[in-house]
Design a protein around this ligand. Structure first.
Ligand code: ATP
Ligand code: MG
Length: 396
């Protein structure tokens, strides 16, 4: 492939968002710049319905890979710039397709942003096609071409694109506000994080650790996952809650079958308090209906009853295999399946209740002083910002 000078960034769904449009595009622009920070020398340019990344000699594949992860982008192309002069346009198009020896057919699709330019789009299509037909083996196929040559004529430059890469879709992270995700070391919670970020939610994460029952390795695994997820939004703040004392108190005072339900009510209460403190408007979890005893509708009702903020469960209606597919795509799967213990799994009762009642939860909770243990857990919560850097500004 020829070395490109630019990457052209298109944002599909965003263009239809009425008066929020400018705000969305500004956010996308900011996120794109932030996620490409590590590439020295890149510059960015915004036009009415496009963004351009000036590569200035940076590794074009690496920049493309990074930009493809930024939400709010519908597609991207390497772009080649020429003066808006018909001969130059034809010559560049020919030069580009000549390097694509494995392709057999093409189609030209010209678009004039500058309507003064002559000939019109149809005339440009014909002129470019004629030059390619005369100077290469390629044939025209208007229905299913191997190469679609996009020619965008502006003033004074024209951009030519011969490939198209899918963008990550969704909305720019941050436009929807901030949420708090319950991040375990499992497969589902990184996937639910990804799906929430894709809808524009900037996430902080909370993890419940039960040392010494859970190890430093288990915590490192969660940090690795949070670091992978941070690439979608620049950085991620992870709150690590010491959960052991509360958990032991539950196991001492509560009928075994209700332990998981109560533990999850405590998790939600703590999450709610930290979410409020950090100005997060929603809680996000990786729960999926029916997956385990604590995820039946009755269990969800008991667990949800302790919080008064929206709990979003992006994986609620997905099969495990669908969740795994996404985990593989976003490259969290291999980390998630590393065999470390989670605070939920080490205390798993043999027969967890599948149809708990709120009354019974409240009855068991009345048997011990969980409030002070809960406050203590919140007070001793530690936060780290990932990826680890000496200086990270908090944008939210
Ligand atoms: P996952 O694969 O995400 O661990 P799971 O199928 O193992 O999910 P559970 O262990 O019941 O299901 O957890 C359901 C959800 O509760 C998780 O997706 C996560 O959002 C949250 N959760 C569970 N354990 C923890 C933990 N130790 N810290 C933070 N959140 C947790
Ligand atoms: Mg889990």
């Amino acid at each position: 492939m020829q070395r490109a000078e630019y990457i052209l960034v298109r944002f599909g769904e965003l263009s239809t968002k009425g008066k929020n449009r400018n705000e969305f595009i500004a956010k996308l622009f900011q996120n794109l710049k932030k996620s490409c920070e590590e590439f020295d020398g890149l510059t960015f340019e915004k036009t009415h319905d496009r963004l351009f990344i000036h590569l200035n000699g940076c590794d074009q594949e690496a920049v493309m890979a990074r930009a493809s992860k930024v939400f709010g982008i519908s597609s991207l192309s390497f772009a080649y710039k020429v003066n808006s002069v018909l001969d130059e346009i034809c010559a560049k198009a020919l030069e580009l397709v000549s390097t694509m020896s494995d392709k057999h057919t093409f189609k030209v699709k010209a678009h004039r942003q500058n309507k003064q330019f002559q000939p019109n789009s149809d005339g440009i299509n014909r002129a470019v096609a004629t030059v390619i037909l005369q100077n290469s083996e390629l044939k025209v196929d208007v229905h299913r071409p191997d190469i679609l040559i996009n020619v965008e004529v502006s003033s004074p430059y024209t951009y030519i694109m011969v490939d198209k890469y899918p963008g990550a879709g969704g909305y720019p992270v941050g436009v929807a506000g901030k949420g708090l995700v319950l991040l375990s070391g499992g497969i589902d919670s990184p996937v639910c994080s990804y799906l929430a970020m894709k809808r524009g939610v900037f996430l902080e994460a909370i993890h419940f650790a039960a040392p010494p029952y859970t190890s430093e390795g288990a915590l490192d695994k969660v940090k690795t996952l949070a670091t992978s997820l941070s690439h979608y939004q620049g950085y991620m703040r992870l709150h690590i809650v010491p959960f052991t004392d509360l958990q032991l108190a539950i196991y001492k005072n509560v009928n075994e079958s209700y332990c998981i339900t109560l533990m999850r009510r405590m998790m939600f209460r703590i999450a709610k308090q930290i979410a409020s403190k950090r100005r997060c408007k929603i809680i996000v979890t990786g729960e999926s209906i029916g997956q385990v005893a604590s995820q039946t509708l009755d269990s969800m009702q008991c667990i949800n009853a302790v919080v008064d903020m929206p709990v979003i469960r992006p994986c609620a209606c997905m099969d495990k295999l669908e969740i795994i597919d996404i985990a593989k795509k976003i490259e969290t799967y291999e980390t998630s399946i590393l065999p470390y213990e989670d605070c939920c799994t080490i205390f798993t009762p043999k027969n967890p209740v599948t149809r708990p009642s709120i009354e019974k939860c409240e009855y068991y909770e009345s048997r011990f002083d969980w409030e002070s243990l809960l406050q203590q857990a919140i007070e001793t919560t530690e936060s780290v910002v990932l990826p680890l850097k000496s200086e990270t500004e908090d944008l939210f």
